[in-house]
Ligand binder design. Structure first.
Ligand code: SF4
Ligand code: FES
Length: 249
């Protein structure tokens, strides 16, 4: 069992200045997840009549992208290809001090403690992250449209993005290019996505800029910290799609 010192960002609301606060937790098993460790801390705080630490979570199995914590200076902590809910306490040692902060970016305003508003990602998705399909009964069977294995695999890889925002939090420019490029790529590679390809990339990039995310300067921190291993090649593909769309008369 481990005893740990936690330094956690506490902020009452969006307007509060916020600060790091020290906590001690004991009896932490290496087999617990990071969120279970925070559950134990919160139980201790509630028993003492103190306010529990607010943090986001939902599926707790790496699917929903809600658990957005910056742990010891890394989005989703020290492990690779995992979300915070999949991070195990065995990655830490007895006596460690762990710094826990929210994802920080202009496009992700803090709501409370470790909870940020990632509504900007929803608005980017709404601006073009979909295809329009006629469902009147005349819809063509998807299996009757041949797609090469290479394209299907690349589209599926891009579609594994869970919208967690680690790419933004890790980027010195708070760029959302990896996220947006994954959403553009998953359709750009498929025949079903070609119909609305021009408007999609133009609208999504415009919305991304309006939300206050920075530009990409090819640092690559996003790819390293992405729990789903979304590749930088998607950004190159989005740039090509954007150029093609911009040159259309
Ligand atoms: S690209 Fe990766 S880091 Fe960015 S939102 Fe998608 S899954 Fe998260
Ligand atoms: S809680 Fe859903 S990905 Fe972590």
């Amino acid at each position: 069992m481990m005893n740990l010192t936690l330094k956690i960002w506490r902020q009452k609301n969006a307007k509060d200045k916020g600060s790091m606060v020290d906590y001690q937790v004991s009896g932490i098993s290496p087999d617990m997840s990071f969120l279970e460790m925070l559950d134990i801390l919160n139980n201790q705080l509630i028993e003492k009549g103190e306010s529990p630490v607010a943090f986001d979570h939902d599926c707790r199995e790496g699917i929903c992208g809600m658990c957005s914590l910056y742990i010891n200076g890394e989005a989703h902590g020290p492990d690779r290809r995992v979300t915070t809910c999949q991070l195990h306490m065995r990655k830490f040692k007895d006596g460690d001090t762990i710094y826990i902060e929210p994802f920080r970016a202009k496009g992700f305003p803090i709501i409370k403690d470790l909870v940020v508003d990632r509504g900007a990602f929803d608005r980017i998705q709404h601006s073009g992250g979909f295809i329009s399909v006629n469902t009147s009964g005349n819809t063509q069977d998807a299996n009757s449209i041949p797609i090469s294995k290479h394209d299907a695999d690349k589209a599926m890889d891009a579609a594994t993005c869970i919208g967690c925002g680690a790419c933004v939090a890790s980027c010195k420019n708070s760029s959302a290019m990896l996220f947006v490029s994954a959403k553009v790529s998953q359709y750009a590679l498929l025949p079903q996505g070609k119909v609305e390809a021009t408007e999609r990339v133009l609208n999504m990039v415009q919305q991304m800029d309006e939300e206050g995310f920075g530009n990409c300067t090819n640092t690559g921190a996003c790819e390293v910290e992405c729990p789903k291993g979304i590749s930088l090649e998607n950004i190159a593909r989005m740039n090509r799609e954007f150029l093609k769309a911009s040159l259309k008369p």
